[in-house]
Design a protein around this ligand. Structure first.
Ligand code: KG4
Ligand code: ZN
Length: 364
């Protein structure tokens, strides 16, 4: 079963061909990061327009890379939500058009489920990894979501906890902005934190009692206070970089003084995000008798998170493996969409022509 996956939920235009949910034949991602950088975040209107420009060439390249033509596609899958409505509409309508024209099944995929199924994928030309064993606990951490989920089988999810305010990736992005590290924030914080002392600054962790929920907004405020003394005053002549009508009109790049302890601030901030994520995930895995722990989403690319979770699981749970996707499948991509679609189609989850975008789609 050779599935074309299409992903346009946020600011990456992506298409991929995946065989049987595990073998990636091609995986093309056209990133819009440069387009949005000057605004300090994704501007929905710009994102939707750019998807329209990019989607057809991206799909053509995915087909060419896989060495197949359109007739070789067995099914077409697209992300239907959650995400930005205008962005989702592009992928959904292209997928519907292709499925209809080729007379193939259409599969509507939840973006969050796709992130989880990134853990089943092998890199192109490589053997897929052994399938994760159920029951499992998955920490899904991205720019828009922070969810702790238990999974008892394919497509069977149980909600354990989620963020009450900012997503983990959003916290990284906002923290990076406060430290003048630019956008996107996760990789910038990780880079700045290397060599920094994660214990130099005591930043708050929101434990929220015994719950599996998270909160990162207090941490952001604490970082603002810590970094304020090092901030250079914004020059009134500095050219305004935000979009005058967009959601980021207050955006002005922050600059810190030359001798600000940026590495220690970034390392301490990163540690304060990572610690509650790790502690609660391991506690959930223990409580639910998980046979695997999965990391998924853009923040699963974070080295400190991967290392801390692996170490904590080994110390507490012994031989329960901690798995995370290769870097290219952590951030938004279409291979994970085609991958998740395979399991959905096996359960008979086919979409009709009335399929629509669901910007606030939940997983459970
Ligand atoms: O999954 P994703 O590509 O998009 C969403 O579905 O949201 O996640 C993007 C998020 C951004 O907030 C970005 O800063 C974060 O993932 N991210 C990272 C790293 N790489 C990407 N966060 C921490 N460390 C990283 N290395
Ligand atoms: Zn995502």
């Amino acid at each position: 079963m050779q599935i074309l996956g299409i992903e346009t939920s946020c600011d990456e235009t992506a298409a991929a061909i995946v065989v049987d949910g595990v073998r990636v034949r091609s995986n093309i991602v056209a990133s819009q990061t440069e387009l949005h950088r000057a605004h300090g975040g994704v501007v929905p209107e710009l994102a939707a327009r750019q998807h329209i420009r990019a989607i057809v060439p991206v799909i053509e390249t995915a087909l060419a890379d896989a060495g197949i033509d359109r007739a070789g596609i067995d099914a077409v899958a697209m992300t239907a939500g959650p995400g930005l409505a205008g962005s989702l509409l592009v992928g959904v309508n292209v997928a519907k058009t292709m499925a209809w024209a080729l007379d193939r099944p259409l599969i509507s995929v939840n973006h969050l489920e796709a992130h989880i199924y990134a853990n089943w994928l092998g890199l192109p030309g490589e053997e897929p990894p052994p399938p994760p064993r159920f029951p499992l606990v998955c920490l899904l951490v991205s720019g828009g979501h922070t969810e702790l989920i238990a999974m008892t089988g394919h497509g069977l999810y149980r909600h354990l906890g989620r963020t009450l305010d900012d997503a983990a990736g959003e916290a990284f992005d906002k923290g990076a902005r406060l430290l003048g590290l630019g956008y996107p924030g996760g990789p910038a914080i990780q880079r700045a934190a290397s060599g920094g002392d994660p214990e130099r600054f005591a930043l708050p962790r929101a434990w929220l009692g015994e719950s599996y929920d998270f909160s990162f907004s207090g941490l952001k405020t604490a970082l603002l206070r810590l970094s304020e003394p090092y901030r250079l005053p914004a020059s009134p002549e500095e050219p305004f970089q935000g979009s005058p009508s967009g959601p980021f009109r207050e955006h002005r790049p922050v600059q810190l003084v030359g001798d600000a302890p940026v590495a220690d601030l970034a390392a301490s901030f990163q540690a304060a995000i990572v610690e509650p994520l790790v502690v609660k995930t391991v506690r959930a895995a223990e409580a639910f008798g998980a046979r695997t722990i999965l990391l998924a989403g853009g923040v699963a690319a974070n080295r400190a998170l991967r290392d801390a979770l692996t170490a904590a699981a080994a110390a507490t749970l012994g031989d329960t493996p901690v798995r995370f996707p290769p870097l290219v499948y952590c951030t938004d991509n279409a291979a994970m969409v085609a991958g998740a679609a395979h399991w959905a189609l096996r359960r008979g989850d086919q979409a009709g022509w009335e399929a629509d975008v669901v910007p606030r789609l939940a997983l459970v």
